[in-house]
Write a protein that binds this ligand. Structure first.
Ligand SMILES: [Zn+2]
Length: 62
């Protein structure tokens, strides 16, 4: 039995993938799936990246 560890996309805390499947704080950002240790991290990351994405969107005028 080995527990696979994944890192939180924001604070880099290691979370066992089992926990992750149970309490999935997962979000898709820019087409990529990211996993977080808690909802706060998920939201913060999503907010940050949507701000960045908005800027990129403006400059490329897509
Ligand atoms: Zn975190």
């Amino acid at each position: 039995m080995k527990t696979k560890l994944i890192k939180c996309g924001l604070c880099k805390r290691e979370i066992p993938s089992e926990t992750c499947e149970l309490a999935a704080y997962q979000t898709v950002v820019n087409g990529e799936k990211h996993t977080f240790c808690c909802e706060a991290c998920a939201r913060t990351y999503q907010k940050k990246s949507s701000e960045q994405h908005a800027k990129t969107k403006q400059s490329t005028n897509l």
